[in-house]
Design a protein around this ligand. Structure first.
Ligand code: 2AM
Length: 182
């Protein structure tokens, strides 16, 4: 396949929110959980995976086009909790309330970038804060935390990210940012 590159689409977070989420995630500190480093935190949109590096310009074009179709929107934090539910949780996430613009953006990206779009899946707006370690027993009875005051995320842009797998954490790098201008 020639040279490949590992990519995903996500919205960057403001520094203050990344700091807040890092503090929240540290409440779950345990041997069974690996916290996502502050600099890696992002709003998940679409995982592309390993593709030939030659596909990058086309992926950037699709993302740029999508960013022109959507206006900035606001997400409201619902809870910090084990996720995803109702499936067996495998991570701790900050889950935002469902929001039509987010759902449409996520679906449009899936439709444009996936060979087999699974459009029945309701995308959940979230930031992954920590992952359960596969080599440890699954942690149980983890608490859900609700925000004391409203916490919002203003989504003004989306970005193409590069991921380099590594231990203990992958290294992420934003390749290109696209403001939402629709
Ligand atoms: P997640 O945080 O909900 O797991 C980089 O890993 C980004 O791609 C994350 O936003 C992650 O979402 C998403 N992603 C989705 N499916 C993935 C997969 N199979 N492997 C790695 N990342 C995936």
């Amino acid at each position: 396949m020639g040279q490949t590159t590992r990519l995903f689409i996500a919205a960057p977070l403001p520094d203050g929110l990344k700091q807040f989420f890092t503090e929240q995630a540290s409440r779950y500190k345990s041997d069974a959980i690996r916290q996502v480093p502050t600099e890696n935190l992002h709003l998940t949109l679409y995982f592309i995976g390993n593709v030939p590096a030659s596909q990058l310009p086309a992926i950037e074009d699709v993302t740029a086009h999508m960013a022109q179709q959507f206006a900035p929107f606001t997400l409201y934090l619902e809870a910090i909790e084990p996720g995803p539910k109702p499936r067996s949780p495998r991570l701790i996430w900050a889950r935002f309330k469902n929001q039509p613009d987010f759902a449409q953006l996520s679906r449009s990206l899936t439709q444009a970038l996936s060979d087999e779009p699974s459009l029945n899946r309701e995308p959940k707006p979230h930031v992954t804060l920590a992952r359960f370690r596969k080599d440890r027993p699954v942690p149980h009875d983890l608490e859900t935390h609700y925000p004391d005051a409203p916490i919002t995320l203003q989504v003004n842009e989306i970005a193409v990210w590069h991921s380099e797998l590594g231990s203990p954490h992958p290294r992420y790098c934003i390749l290109q940012r696209y403001p939402l201008t629709g």
